[in-house]
Design a protein around this ligand. Structure first.
Ligand SMILES: *Cc1c(COP(=O)(O)O)cnc(C)c1O
Length: 360
């Protein structure tokens, strides 16, 4: 029996989509072979690849000023790729805003190699429970880009609007891409690991303004280069073909469900159920400043580590799994990405109510 999987990533997929994928596993359509066995330079694979990119463009409403790429190494490889593409020397500057675990990792990856990078704001001292006041931000003059992370997957806070920057705005949207209707033209580069809202593990989508492709550092390692990937339509070398197939099938399903606006409605409903319960709970607390609460990742804490463990264990026995918070954060976390349906969240809230009554 399939459980209610609240994993933060890789995430639960739709059972219908999994069954469709299963069909393609042994013999894909009339090709006589598995998607796993197909040449990445054959027409059936090109069709899958192109449909994935076309669905990204259609569902996210990305205009022709942008190139959409799919690259390997997950979102973390983009932490390395971004400075490597845009910073040509130590004189080139870039700003980072640190609002959580992964934005800190992006900053550390850049800072480690590139002297011109600067962390211009951090919410570390709040325990990553808020987003900085944009009015107080002091951007570096002539920076090559400003890096932000739209949703804090570990601590559960989320930008509700985005700063207007002179420098190109680069946004890690790994944990909230395609989850709500947002104007992607306010960014110059958006990237996201495929294993949360887009599909399964093994790659990252990169949405990049074509203008940025004109000034790539020629010393950037070739497989990381956005201009080379764009020229090769993201088939510079063998792409993660099966991962892209899964993502394509998942996006087909998102389209069938009514697209991003329709899923946003469900996502907000799921989040509201959890936050309403937490706000009225005497046992559990969410620590994030209310206006920045994430609609994708909802962390909460009981009064003690022992109680947290008890909750996680009892929930797991009922088929609610992957509810432990991220190792460095502790507590619990419910991840409610696009493929988590409303019904399991309702059932989880019922379980939480029941647990609270029994553990007063
Ligand atoms: C999950 C996540 C990452 C890391 O993704 P990988 O594909 O494992 O490298 C980076 N950023 C954010 C915001 C994430 O949620």
């Amino acid at each position: 029996m399939r459980v209610c999987n609240f994993s933060a990533g890789p995430t639960t997929l739709s059972e219908d989509v999994l069954k469709e994928i299963q069909k393609g596993l042994v013999e894909y359509e009339n090709t006589g072979m598995s998607v796993l066995e197909m040449s990445h330079r054959s027409q059936p694979y090109y069709d899958i690849h192109d449909e994935f990119l076309a669905l990204m463009r259609e569902l996210l409403n990305i205009n022709d000023d942008y190139e959409i790429l799919v690259m390997q190494g997950g979102a973390s490889a983009q932490f390395d790729a971004i400075p490597a593409n845009f910073l040509h020397s130590d004189k080139d500057k870039a700003d980072y805003i640190v609002t959580g675990h992964f934005s800190n990792k992006a900053w550390l990856a850049a800072k480690n190699i590139y002297k011109g990078t600067k962390c211009i704001a951090s919410t570390t001292d709040t325990g990553y429970t808020t987003i900085p006041d944009f009015k107080k931000l002091k951007f570096t003059k002539n920076a090559k880009y400003v890096h932000i992370t739209s949703n804090n997957t570990v601590y559960g806070c989320q930008y509700k609007e985005f700063p207007k920057t002179e420098a190109p705005l680069v946004c890690d949207m790994s944990s909230d891409i395609a989850s709500y209707d947002v104007d992607y033209s306010q960014f110059d580069l958006v990237y996201a690991g495929l294993q949360k809202n887009l599909g399964s593990a093994g790659g990252a989508a990169v949405i990049i303004k074509k203008d940025l492709l004109k000034n790539i550092n020629p010393k950037c390692p070739i497989t990381f280069r956005y201009d080379e990937q764009a020229r090769a339509k993201s088939i510079l070398n063998t792409p993660p073909t099966f991962t892209i197939f899964v993502a394509m099938m998942n996006l087909r399903n998102l389209k069938k469900l009514g697209g991003v606006k329709a899923i946003e409605k469900v996502n907000k409903e799921k989040a509201a159920l959890l936050y309403d319960f937490l706000d009225n709970s005497k046992l559990f607390k969410n620590r994030v400043e209310k206006k920045y609460r994430s609609i994708m990742n909802v962390p909460f804490f009981s009064p003690s580590k022992e109680m947290d463990q008890k909750f996680i264990q009892e929930a797991s026995k009922k088929g609610f799994v992957n509810l432990a918070g991220y190792s460095v954060a502790g507590g619990m976390r419910v991840s409610i990405y696009n493929n988590m349906k409303l019904e399991p969240v309702k059932k989880l809230v019922e379980f939480m109510k029941d647990f609270e009554v029994k553990n007063k």
